[in-house]
Design a protein around this ligand. Structure first.
Ligand code: ADP
Ligand code: ZN
Length: 665
């Protein structure tokens, strides 16, 4: 029997220590993962038994008081995953623990919930699979070549959801638990209902907007094994499964699968870790536009669905050259073509979506005459325009940090029609009202959907045809099923095209393909118009032709050439400070510390270190600088140097370490 236990708490207790050591009374039969009550500073608290050992500590220990939960709250594997997350993503254990166990359960005070009578769900059954669908299903289930990780690459409407349902059914019938991951719950109410009805059982639906009570209730049901079907956003990967059989991850490419506060985990890596510990769990990724990394990694276990089910076909995509519009003296944000199509939609009592790909406050600079965009001389990446951040208007290269004055005439054609791109959704709404006073317009963006049900309300109103046109940002690009929408307009593709980041091409391909997929879902006459000053942009050409294959070939070649993932490993350290001088000085300090460690360890040949101002140069009153690490040997050198950083640079709120970041900016 072990004499000592390391206990993990839900709050930080001592600087630099992740667990506290307690002695184990002889009469307690402790197990790792159990919740125990322990004395702490003249009072009591609760914690998780993290490790058991016989190493006599140098300090006097007190004894654990009692076991609060006989059944471990975490399995040994879950503890391994938690430890790994904590180390890999540089996140204190107490914060990591919060991912796994609801606060009140960890505190030993589970809220009392009145048991609601379980809703009866009548099983409607699963559709007979098409031949292609069945082949995919069999390939996944048969266990040929011991493959346990698959990618289903299928265009929207090709029947992926139906395959997921069938797979879920297979594992449920073996009495296994099933996890279906979706990028954003609020966008998928129909999907959840569909799974429940087809499978005939209620789902535990887990997402970030649950109340603490709801969270505890679901947690308990999964922990006891009562809940077999779990549908959730990224955090549901940490639910207390007892015998998980399969993880199905829909829209695998979505960026919301990466958490952007500590721990900044990427779910693909967490899934890999889970599978390493439980090799029998099957993993199924699905997407119409899979991420470049997953396509590359799972090239040998990718299953294709190339046709839509039924009569609907993919809508035709048309690229509209905005330079010509400008030459024809149309200075409106809508091209003549777009106006014409909107007019038709209104006439036919159909619906349209106008989409704006807006990120951050900075904008790029293009010439409206020739389409030239201002790029950094040394990096050849688009520079971005900042009106106020640096006192005077400035152009910044977010790669090398070069700052220059914005031009007043085009460096290419010498014309005076240089323009800083940055329209908002509000402006589009206003202009629509002017051009089409009779049209009913709804807007979905950060402002209008701030409340808990904000987006849902707008979505339902639009679906019920209480408006003719929906104007919105990213949030309207995904998964919506709106049968009356026959026109999608991308108002200005350039805003997204010019973001200086290695994932920009991929992001745009995915986003444009997805918005396009909102058009013509119930008919054969869907149209998509993409307005741009860069009609020859390669990404747009691939989007127009629905050409994932060539998009991927191009993209993967670029990544290989420029040494970006999956051919390298990255880490980003974001430094934030109210003072520009301090911010810059801190970034230089960290840059130097890392460079020195790399030198000492002999890693400088394979480790590139750069620093530059953030793409969003100032956020909530704080300047942002970035120190960026790239391990071109792809052998995890990143951790070797980051671990050498003094603690004061790692665990502070103004210095954020992001391992495997989704962007360089
Ligand atoms: P995806 O998830 O790839 O977008 P879905 O699974 O939602 O595609 O399928 C698209 C449409 O085709 C849905 O309306 C679905 O009910 C229908 N469908 C899918 N598979 C079948 C099938 N085997 N038989 C009949 N209809 C099907
Ligand atoms: Zn540069």
């Amino acid at each position: 029997m072990s004499k000592f236990a390391e206990i993990a708490l839900q709050q930080k207790v001592i600087e630099g220590k992740e667990t506290l050591t307690y002695s184990v009374p002889d009469n307690l039969n402790l197990q790792i993962g159990q919740l125990v009550r322990i004395p702490l500073k003249k009072s009591f608290t609760t914690g998780i038994v993290w490790e058991l050992h016989n190493n006599i500590p140098e300090f006097r220990t007190v004894a654990i008081q009692e076991i609060v939960s006989e059944k471990p709250l975490l399995s040994l594997n879950q503890i391994e995953v938690a430890k790994w997350i904590s180390n890999y993503y540089f996140c204190p254990l107490f914060k990591t623990l919060k991912l796994f166990i609801p606060k009140k359960i960890l505190a030993g005070k589970p809220p009392k919930v009145r048991a609601k009578k379980a809703e009866q769900i009548i099983r409607s059954g699963i559709k007979t699979l098409t031949e292609n669908q069945s082949q995919i299903f069999s390939a996944i289930i048969e266990n040929k070549d011991n493959q346990n990780k698959f990618l289903i690459h299928g265009i929207t409407g090709s029947g992926k959801t139906e395959i997921y349902t069938r797979i879920a059914d297979h594992f449920l019938s073996q009495n296994k638990q099933v996890l279906i991951l979706v990028p954003e719950i609020s966008l998928t109410p129909q999907t959840i209902e569909y799974f429940e009805k087809s499978l005939g059982i209620p789902a535990a639906v887990i997402h970030s907007k649950l109340s603490e009570g709801e969270r505890c209730q679901f947690w308990n049901k999964i922990h006891s094994g009562e809940s077999k079907l779990v549908i959730g956003s990224r955090s549901s990967i940490f639910a207390p499964f007892q015998n998980l059989g399969v993880i199905i991850m829909d829209e695998e490419h979505e960026l919301s699968y990466k958490q952007d506060n500590a721990p900044r985990y990427a779910i693909h890596q967490v899934i890999d870790k889970i599978q390493e510990l439980n090799p029998e769990i099957k993993i199924i990724y699905g997407s119409a536009t899979p991420s470049v990394e997953t396509t590359e990694r799972l090239a040998n276990s990718t299953l294709h669905l190339k046709e839509r089910i039924g009569i609907s076909i993919l809508p035709e995509i048309e690229i509209v050259d905005m330079r010509e519009e400008f030459h024809r003296r149309n200075s409106s944000i809508f091209s003549e073509r777009l106006k014409e199509e909107i007019f038709n939609i209104l006439k036919n009592k159909e619906q349209a979506i106008l989409f704006l790909n807006r990120r951050g406050s900075a904008s790029s600079v293009v010439c409206r005459d020739c389409g030239y965009k201002v790029s950094c001389e040394s990096c050849e990446l688009p520079m971005t325009y900042h009106l106020k951040t640096f006192g005077n208007p400035a152009l910044i290269c977010h790669h090398c940090g070069k700052i220059s004055q914005p031009p007043t005439t085009c460096p290419n054609c010498k014309g005076a029609n240089i323009r800083f791109l940055g329209i908002g959704t509000q402006r589009i709404e206003e202009d629509l009202r002017k051009e089409f006073p009779e049209a009913r317009v709804l807007r979905a963006d950060k402002d209008t959907t701030a409340t808990k049900h904000g987006f849902k309300e707008i979505y339902h109103a639009f679906r019920e045809h209480k408006a003719d046109i929906l104007v919105g940002t990213q949030m309207i690009a995904k998964g919506l099923d709106l049968p009356k929408v026959n026109l999608v307009g991308v108002v200005l593709a350039d805003i997204g095209l010019n973001i200086p980041d290695f994932r920009t091409g991929e992001r745009n391909f995915q986003l444009m393909t997805q918005v396009a997929g909102r058009s013509g879902r119930a008919s054969q006459k869907g149209k998509v118009l993409i307005q741009t000053y860069n009609p020859d942009n390669l990404t747009l050409t691939y989007v127009k032709n629905y050409d994932y294959e060539n998009f991927f070939k191009y993209e993967i070649t670029q990544r290989k050439l420029l040494k970006y993932p999956p051919f390298s490993q990255l880490a980003k350290i974001k430094i934030q400070n109210k003072s520009l001088i301090t911010c810059k000085a801190l970034s230089e300090k960290i840059h130097n510390l890392l460079e020195n460690s790399a030198k000492e360890l002999g890693l400088l040949d394979n480790l590139e270190i750069t620093s530059y101002p953030g793409y969003i140069a100032k956020l909530r009153g704080k300047f942002q600088y970035i120190v960026f690490l790239k391990d071109i040997s792809n052998t995890d050198l990143i951790h070797k140097v980051l671990e050498k950083l003094p603690k004061e640079y790692i665990m502070t709120s103004d210095i954020k370490i992001d391992v495997d970041p989704i962007s360089t900016t």
